[in-house]
Write a protein that binds this ligand. Sequence first.
Ligand SMILES: [Fe+2]
Ligand SMILES: [Fe+2]
Length: 289
Amino acid sequence: MAKVERLIRLSETHPILPDEFIPWHLKENQEPLMPEEIISLYGHPLFDTLTAHQKRELGRHELVQVMYSYAWAEGLACMVFNKRILNISPESVEYRYLVKELIEEFRHQDMFARAIRMLNGNKITLPWFQKFIGKFTASYFPTSYQFMSVLAIELLTDVYGELVRKSPDIFEPLRKVAELHHIEEGRHIHYTRIWLKHYTENAGFFKRTVFSYVVLLNIWYMRSLYVTKQNFEAIGVKDPAKFTREARKNLKKNFGRLYLREIIEFVNSFNGFNFLTKPMWRRLLAAEI
Ligand SMILES: [Fe+2]
Ligand SMILES: [Fe+2]
């Protein structure tokens, strides 16, 4: 409880406002928009066939797509938090924290939307099936599973945010977007972990298995939104379908190797790997476990 009180105080005394924190007025001057190593095709021989301009533009479209998907997922998280606060007392620590988190998540969505407009890249609305699954689970699943899904996405955003934040030559407004998000998500992750500890501590085999699947499917879902054929069409490659196919495979490989460490640690912390979950983690996410 004392920890959550501290987080609430942090939100009050150190709010980070996108309108002030991000130098929105700056104009692009050929700086990279995304670190190359997180572009889907990075490391693949096809990546070297792209011109510097095409690489930069691919970064633009992928970043826009990623921010759009995250903002969408944050909207869903807000729905879950809203449902939760309708059932708890305004005096409770949980209520007070969740209201702060809601305010921050709404600011993030506002910030992502502004960054998307600023970059003016492709944004492809999510496929109906993914929208349906997202809305369905946010409406009908038990709260602990919903929080697990929120945490999975926050952990993933954080991995990407960290890479952008640590690249000094990235276009400054984008670096600051990543920095802001990293700071506030760090606090949210801390809270959600405390909250979930209560649910995972004494969870039996069945529950741990389902929790593990919730994390796995969320990560897989976010990753699948990253690469689109439209992006390759937009940068004018000869065979966009082939580039898309290869980029998907390449991203899967890089992803398993580079981005899952924290997430695997988390799943390990509640003993979420077993004979029912491990094969799927390997198959869908190429996880090295
Ligand atoms: Fe956020
Ligand atoms: Fe968050």
